[in-house]
Ligand binder design. Structure first.
Ligand SMILES: Nc1ncnc2c1ncn2[C@@H]1O[C@H](COP(=O)(O)OP(=O)(O)OP(=O)(O)O)[C@@H](O)[C@H]1O
Ligand SMILES: [Mg+2]
Ligand SMILES: [Mg+2]
Length: 493
């Protein structure tokens, strides 16, 4: 039972205490400590400690997805297809979805039937795991008694407990970082593995080059489970091929699925069709296992559960448009060089049909290389405009949600240097860079998301009749989640 001192908010506070503080992250970086095989051993230990063996995970029929970009979208597609199939056939009985990071509230990361679990359920299972970790020493040969896994790993561990307790029989898992040493890689017998588009991200943990990154992501492939990927850059494709061979896995490289012709996947962009292609293959394998007679005919149209699942999926904060008086908000959580170009192209396409000055609200906290995201964003938007016009106003803000009260609890983050946020160090570097890229732009540095939004709104007073400010909010999911919460005035879940 959830007692008054064990509410959802208490759970989030306790969870936040499991974040690795900035000083420790820094020290590890300096010492060159990176995750290794012990991290999966440790997860195995924690799993035993809360009462499960890795074979218990077989009941979840896990579909496991890694990749640099498109993991979450692919997982959401698979979940949506399986959920619709379940509505028509009762197979699977219950579909679980585990994703990261969260957009608006932590509980979004653990979904059943596509919906985030309730605050009550979250608090209940959160503290059950907490208590088991404190009271048991099972698995002590793998992990020290009395300890707890860090933030993302705790949520992964908890998700297994939630799904097994709730009778989930098909669960879609997005990896956190990488694959080989990721907490989700504790699964030994997934039903299928999928690897979405590979590129550069998390270079400190995974390595500087795409082949090193591909090595990690390829680590989720398991003998006995069909594996799929889509077209990749050659270095990545080669590493994946070699990893599959080493593991004795048949890795299938998929071209964009011809059956998507006429299916209204949003946004209507190649990257999303690749994600959808991967999702179709993963869902097909899962259904073949769960529903003996199931088979997709490669030459026939997709069944209605697949079409509806792909068309009606809700994956918020990605290529989302919200209209209000004076401002058209374009919201996308892209935060790598490639995905930001994609987001910029999408925004430019949207603006081609609308009128009004373009305004950018951008942040990316804690990653020095983020300054290199700006060129692509600036140029892609200019190139996309027939008159060659870029952003007129550019606002860099921190991820602090509110001007007065600071962070919403679900966004508290101890992993960044608090001094940098106070001084807006990163934002000032971005501003300087942008002024050099586009001297005509009006560049501003503003503390909170709320104030940045208010600034964009105030700019709408200066536009002409029948024009709207065309605002793009991008660079960070934390920024985008905070912004959606403010734009919708309530918990947008
Ligand atoms: N296949 C893809 N290739 C390139 N960019 C993509 C792809 N899929 C999605 N994106 C872009 O990346 C953004 C994030 O997508 P998504 O949430 O699916 O990725 P993710 O892999 O889960 O990322 P994260 O690192 O945030 O967990 C999207 O809004 C879109 O702009
Ligand atoms: Mg990522
Ligand atoms: Mg994700």
């Amino acid at each position: 039972m959830v007692t008054p001192s064990r509410t959802y908010n208490d759970a989030i506070d306790a969870l936040n205490s499991l974040q690795t503080p900035f000083a420790i992250i820094e020290a590890r970086r300096k010492a060159g400590i990176r995750p290794d095989a012990t991290s999966v051993q440790e997860m195995r230990g924690y799993l035993l400690r809360i009462g499960y063996s890795s074979s218990d995970l077989d009941r979840l029929n896990i579909i496991h997805v890694a990749g640099t970009k498109g993991k979450g979208s692919t997982c959401a597609f698979v979940d949506s297809i399986l959920s619709r199939y379940s509505q028509s056939t009762s197979i699977p009985r219950k579909v679980g979805l585990f994703t990261s990071p969260h957009l608006i509230a932590v509980r979004e990361r653990i979904r059943i039937g596509s919906r985030p679990i309730s605050e009550e359920l979250f608090a209940k299972y959160f503290f059950q795991v907490w208590d088991r970790l404190e009271s048991s020493d099972t698995g002590k040969e793998l992990v020290e008694p009395g300890t707890k896994p860090i933030y993302a790993r705790y949520l992964t561990l908890m998700s297994y407990h939630v799904f097994l307790s709730e009778g989930v029989d098909a669960a879609v898992y997005e990896t956190g970082i990488g694959g080989e040493y990721d907490a989700t890689n504790v699964v030994e017998r997934p039903v299928a593995s999928g690897i979405s588009t590979l590129g550069i991200d998390h270079v400190y943990v995974l390595g500087q080059t795409v082949d090193k990154i591909a090595w990690h992501k390829g680590g989720i492939m398991k003998k006995g489970a069909p594996a799929f990927t889509i077209e990749q850059v050659p270095e990545a494709a080669e590493v994946l091929r070699a990893r599959a061979e080493e593991k004795g896995v048949a890795l299938k490289v998929l071209n964009v699925d011809a059956r998507l012709e006429g299916v209204n996947v949003r946004p209507n962009a190649l990257f999303q069709k690749k994600n959808a292609t991967l999702a179709i293959a993963l869902a097909e394998v899962a259904l073949k296992k769960l529903d003996g007679g199931f088979e997709l005919d490669p030459k026939e149209l997709l069944p209605k559960e697949f079409v509806e699942g792909l068309e009606q999926v809700v994956w918020r904060g990605r290529c989302e448009v919200k209209e209000e008086e004076g401002v058209s908000w374009h919201v996308d959580g892209a935060h790598t060089v490639d995905s930001l170009k994609m987001a910029a192209r999408w925004f430019a396409g949207e603006c081609a049909e609308k009128r009004g000055p373009k305004v950018l609200i951008f942040n990316q906290q804690g990653r020095a290389e983020a300054v290199d995201f700006l060129d692509g964003l600036c140029n892609t938007v200019k190139k996309g405009d027939p008159a060659g016009k870029g952003f007129e106003h550019v606002i860099f803000c921190t991820n602090v949600t509110y001007a007065e009260t600071g962070y919403k609890r679900d966004f508290v983050n101890h992993q960044y240097n608090p001094k940098d946020i106070e001084k807006m160090t990163a934002q000032k570097i971005f501003a300087e860079k942008w002024s050099a890229l586009d001297p005509a732009a009006n560049v501003m540095v503003i503390h909170s998301i709320e104030e940045a939004i208010n600034k964009a709104r105030s700019l709408s007073k200066t536009v002409q009749d029948r024009e709207n400010v065309q605002a793009l909010i991008t660079g960070s999911l934390h920024l985008v989640g905070g912004a959606l919460g403010i734009l919708e005035k309530a918990d947008a879940l």
